[in-house]
Design a protein around this ligand. Sequence first.
Ligand SMILES: Cc1cc2nc3c(=O)[nH]c(=O)nc-3n(C[C@H](O)[C@H](O)[C@H](O)COP(=O)(O)O)c2cc1C
Length: 220
Amino acid sequence: MKFFAVNGSPRPKCNTAQLLDKSLDGVKSVYPDAEVERINLYDFPFHGCKSCFACKRIGGKHYGRCVQNDDLKPVLDEISNADGVILGSPIYCSDVTGNMRCFLERFMFPFIAYSKTETVDHKRMPLAYIYTMNASEEISYQIGYHDIHDNFEKGLGSVFSEVEHLYVYETYQFKDYSRYVSDMFDEKERKHIRQTRFPKDLENAFELGKRVAIRAEQLD
Ligand SMILES: Cc1cc2nc3c(=O)[nH]c(=O)nc-3n(C[C@H](O)[C@H](O)[C@H](O)COP(=O)(O)O)c2cc1C
């Protein structure tokens, strides 16, 4: 079995990456022999959907698949055959990062048939989404992050299977807050959250990974 974590953060060792790695540890705790891999979307260049509609062309040889032949193509080919995928992204300007959006356009859109009766033949798999952000839980609800992502997850879920999510709030953003203009954050409080809450967030990511693995078996 093969499971992927897709990291939408440009930082390959920070909050999102650490949570994704824990979720893959959770997968491994269920399936010790499973192959697991974290893909960092900022490691290679690629674009989002170019609206060529090759994936919707009647009788087209790329029907139901993305035709763009770039560095994302081999990644998409592998991930589309995975047994489970855990997505992770920081919130940038109220949404997931640009690279995560571009990835999702290419991962998801070809599998959506523009038809009332036809569907595209593709593998269904359990998905989970980890969001990390500066905002507190209270502010994230006030701004409406959950509404944005719940709606998107419904679409994603209709393509692959229900999406489970984990929200991680008030992340530790800099190694050394004193070097940055950052007085809108209370550094001491952030450090405390890092030391006391983040370990629980990591445990939650581990449990999320376990559930993805278990759902993979149920979807088989
Ligand atoms: C360009 C940019 C935009 C951001 N926009 C938001 C935002 O709208 N809301 C928020 O809560 N945090 C925002 N953040 C903070 C990040 O979401 C947060 O620090 C995240 O945990 C970083 O993840 P990482 O450590 O995995 O890179 C932003 C950060 C950057 C660099």
